[in-house]
Each structure stands twice: as C-alpha cells, then as structure tokens.
Design a protein around this ligand. Structure first.
Ligand code: AQP
Length: 326
C-alpha cells in the first residue's frame, strides 16, 4: 500500500492556505493509502517560542487535524517531539546534505534576510524535514507549492545516502494539489498566506467566525481596472480570490469567474464559499477542544505506532552506515 506522510508546524493559527494547499488532501488520501501525519513541533523551534503558547497551539493543531477529517483510527497521527527518532535521523541527514545545498533553500534565504536572530536550526531544518519523511518509508508527501524545493532536497538526500551505503530509504515524491496549491495573503498578494507572518488581516484562520471572514475578504487588496478575470502575473489580488473561490467550490479559477462582474460581488461570493467550507470543520473542532484528555490519548497511541516504524528504519540506516550495534 502507498505510504503517505506529511507534517504541519504549530507556529500560529492554521489558515486557509494550509487547508486548501495541504490538509484537505491529507484527509482525502486516507482512502486507499497508509497515511502518517504529524504536528512538527520541533520545526517551530527555529525561532524563539513562548512555551505556554507552543503547548496550547500544538494541542489545538492536533485537534484541528482531527476536525478537518484526519481519523486517528485510520491514520497514524502524532506529535514529532514524541518520537525521538526524528532528531536522531536528522543528524544523519545533516551529514548527508552539503552546506551549499542547505544555503540554496529559498525559505532559508527569505527568512534569514528578515530575521534579527538566525538560528542554526533555521539553516538545518530541511534536514530534519527530510528525516520526518524518510523515516516512514514514504512514497508520497502531500504539500503546498512552497514545499516543493524541500521535497526535492529530501529526494536528493535519500538517493545520496542509498548510493553511498546501499538501499536504505524510500525516495518520496511531492503531491501538490491542482487547486489551492499557493494561497496568497489577502493584503499582500505577492506573498503566500502564512501562519508566522505578521499579517492578521491577510490570513484567514480556520477558526475565524463568519463576520471576521467577511470583513477580511471585503478588505482584500484587488486592483484599479475593475475586470474580474484570472491572470496571476498582472492581477495577483483578483486571481488569488478566484483561486480561493474555485478551490472552495470545486472549480478552476477561470470557471469561478463566470458571471461575476464586480470586485464587490467576487469578494462576497468568496467569503460565503469559505464560510460554508469551514462551518463543519469549526463545529467539530469546538467539540474536540472540550475534551483535551481524549486528544492526548489518541496522540499517545499514534506516537507508539509511529515509533515502531521509525525505529525500524533508523536501525536499518545505522546498520548500513556501519554504526556498531549496541
Ligand atoms: N499559502 C499557502 N498555500 C498553500 N499551501 C500552503 N501551505 C502553507 N502555506 C500555504 C502548506 O501547508 C502545509 C503546512 O505548512 P507550514 O506548517 O509550513 O505552514 P505555514 O503557514 O507556511 O507556516 P509558517 O510558520 O508561516 O511557515 P513558513 O513561513 O516556514 O512556510 C505545507 O504542506 C505547506 O506547503
């Protein structure tokens, strides 16, 4: 059976880009694949965190994953730091990656230019991400467009390790959705919608209430020519709204534009589609949030299942590398 793995960082409020670009696909892939999903809390540590907030957002994100349809009975759902094999394997991947390769990662370049403090972890995090993936003999990784380069690196590292030490890791491939692969910030449509960017009006949280969603779409940046059509290069704001409307209603962005003539109507239609899309997710989330002990129990079961797979892969890597068995 195809093995699927993906992860999400508890770095802020989970947003519409995460949902349309990745999480919706995670839920769909449970039909017909062996799915492993992870809240990658260690990745959040590349920048300083408030401990109480990190704890709360990790639990809340796990609850959100269940609310969007990840079924802990069908998928292995766990917290990255509960399975120490991830950090052990990260060292093997750091020693497999070259300095130049890590330096060329566009996310590192973007973030290190903006950050006041650039941690070593920010630089090496793609090696930890590669470990997350290869530990589970992963065939497919459902991600948004922004992660393509990191999955390419993961493939290169797995292949290089296999060439040096013999067949050890499965070489995974990225699965990027046709619609919603890159949802842009509503206020700065040149930038992707992001959890950690300071753009509260530009990002639609999956937990925003209908009034907040309406307000954010009404204020979304468009342009001055008043024509509703899809052209990301010259009309990034309008095209982003059409992409969101299309992804939310199962149409292409061009189909979504049919019959909409004014920007105001496009904004209202998009807001309504998003409100309807999120309504059942929010209802389920609030039920789950009322019982944190049950979520913790489910996550402990998931970590046990994950550890068994990860340990076997890591033992194989140790043996092939020539590390003396204990
Ligand atoms: N704007 C987006 N459009 C489509 N997909 C997206 N993803 C993220 N943003 C978009 C996909 O969501 C999954 C989880 O990624 P993440 O935890 O890195 O989310 P983030 O919102 O990107 O979080 P941060 O903290 O702001 O991270 P940085 O700035 O490091 O990217 C992934 O599959 C991602 O592709």
């Amino acid at each position: 059976m195809t093995r699927v793995f993906s992860g999400i960082k508890p770095s802020g409020s989970v947003h519409l880009g995460n949902y349309l670009g990745a999480l919706r696909n995670w839920a769909a892939m449970q039909d017909g694949a062996d799915t492993v999903y992870c809240v990658v809390d260690l990745h959040a540590l590349t920048v300083p965190q408030d401990p109480a907030e990190l704890r709360a957002s990790t639990l809340s994100l796990a609850q959100m994953l269940i609310a969007i349809g990840i079924d802990p009975e069908r998928s292995t759902l766990f917290i990255q730091s509960h399975v120490s094999e991830h950090t052990e394997c990260a060292w093997l991947m750091e020693c497999t990656a070259s300095f130049g390769e890590l330096r060329r990662m566009t996310q590192f370049k973007d973030k290190s230019e903006k950050a006041k403090f650039v941690s070593g972890g920010l630089f090496t995090y793609p090696a930890l991400q590669a470990s997350d993936i290869i530990l589970y003999d992963t065939d497919q990784v459902p991600v948004g467009e922004d992660q393509r380069q990191h999955i390419e690196l993961t493939r290169d590292l797995a292949e290089r390790f296999n060439n040096r030490y013999g067949q050890t890791f499965v070489v995974p491939e990225a699965v990027v959705p046709a619609a919603g692969a890159r949802v842009m910030d509503l206020q700065n449509p040149e930038n992707k919608m992001s959890k950690s960017e300071d753009s509260p009006q530009g990002s639609v949280s999956l937990l925003d209430d209908p009034a907040a969603i309406e307000k954010k779409f009404k204020r979304a940046v468009t342009d001055s020519d008043n024509e509703v059509h899809y052209d990301p290069a010259t009309k990034p704001g309008v095209s982003n709204l059409l992409s969101i409307l299309g992804a939310a209603t199962g149409q292409s962005p061009t189909e979504a534009a049919t019959g909409i003539e004014r920007y105001g109507d496009l904004k209202v239609a998009t807001a309504q589609a998003v409100i309807e899309l999120l309504r059942p997710v929010q209802a389920r989330y609030h039920e789950l949030a009322a019982d944190p002990a049950e979520t913790s129990r489910l996550l402990a079961v998931g970590a046990d299942k994950a550890r068994t797979i990860a340990r076997a892969t890591l033992d194989r890597a140790h043996q092939n590398l020539g590390l003396l068995a204990p």
